[in-house]
Design a protein around this ligand. Structure first.
Ligand code: C5P
Length: 310
């Protein structure tokens, strides 16, 4: 009997994103601190006997998502995740994957990576592979730099390509306002713009460190402190590719956010609030500023990818 299995995976924001010189594959070594946020991608997996992988897509109610550019073929990361899992475990069944998107597309919040993580967990269960969480994490790293964190969730330091994770201590709940743009930014283009601006780097990646102030602010659950020490090396490049992002950051500052930063490679801007109430007030200011195409609130840290029961 075929059954449908559902999994959900969270969005992420980078609290620190320090980028080194690209390696021979063009990937950049990172020192990053991830926090998982409660915007979710959901993937439903229903096995098919014919061995085919098929994708369908919906947008979650009220989510700031334009999914028109999302491919539904073998180039989709959820498709690749199912295919990799099937090849690894010798699965001959196929699967119908239904994606319900709640994370902005090409927004710097790991929406595509969350699709892959949710597809891995849902298919592993639907196909009864018996794969352990550690085995899924190893497959996640093959799919993309942010996929292991989507699986892991909570708060973590990411080294290497961002895929070598160490859990980090964090206390309490942080409240965010996310200002999204309907046009996405391509991650490789933003990294390339950083390389163009820096030229030859003086500092070796091995000299980069996790920011102690970020760790201290997380452990004390202090949003005001955390807001002061948010950093992202990709922020300048993202702003030069989309100058409007500078206006969003100015609007967040004027709205008295504890801090604001471009999320990952952008173009989403994440503004940190002192409380849920403060987040609603910042969101109202950002909407009124008309610098973003949509504004939503979110909180973190939250769990990584989990199965969802009906
Ligand atoms: O791993 P993922 O597929 O998400 O990365 C997309 C692109 O972003 C890579 O092909 C690469 O150009 C760039 N990237 C990078 N360094 C990283 C992560 C991503 O240069 N650590």
């Amino acid at each position: 009997m075929t059954r449908t299995v559902r999994a959900k995976a969270p969005a992420k924001v980078n609290l620190q994103l320090t980028v080194g010189a690209p390696d021979a594959d063009g990937y950049h070594p990172l020192v990053t601190v991830f926090q998982a946020l409660d915007l979710w991608e959901t993937v439903e997996a229903t096995p098919r006997e014919d061995g085919e992988i098929r994708l369908t897509l919906d947008v979650a109610a009220g989510a700031p998502v334009d999914a028109s550019g999302v491919p539904l073929d073998a180039s989709n990361l959820a498709w690749k995740a199912a295919d990799l899992l099937a090849r690894t475990y010798g699965i001959t069944d196929g699967v119908d994957l239904h994606l319900v998107k709640g994370i902005p597309v090409a927004g710097g919040m790991a929406g595509g990576s969350a699709d892959a993580a949710a597809a891995l967990v849902a298919c592993a269960e639907a196909w009864d592979t018996g794969a352990s969480r550690a085995e899924l994490a190893a497959l996640a790293a093959q799919l993309g730099a942010d996929v292991p964190f989507s699986l892991h969730g909570h708060t973590a330091v990411g080294l290497g390509r961002g895929d070598q994770l160490t859990p980090a201590m964090s206390h309490g709940e942080f409240h965010w306002v996310l200002a999204t743009q309907s046009r996405g930014l391509s991650t490789p283009t933003v990294f390339a713009e950083l390389d163009r601006r820096i030229g030859v780097r003086e500092q070796a990646w091995s000299d980069f460190e996790v920011d102690r102030e970020v760790m201290t602010a997380l452990m004390s659950g202090d949003a005001v402190e955390l807001g002061r020490c948010l950093t992202n090396d990709l922020e300048g490049p993202a702003i030069s590719l989309m100058p409007r992002l500078g206006d969003v950051l100015d609007a967040a500052d004027a709205a008295d956010a504890c801090g604001a930063i471009v999320s990952g490679s952008g173009p989403t801007v994440a503004a940190l609030a002192r409380s849920r109430q403060h987040a609603l007030s910042i969101a109202a200011h950002l909407r009124a500023s008309r610098t973003a195409d949509a504004v939503v609130t979110a909180s973190g840290p939250v769990t990584g990818t989990v199965l969802v029961q009906d």
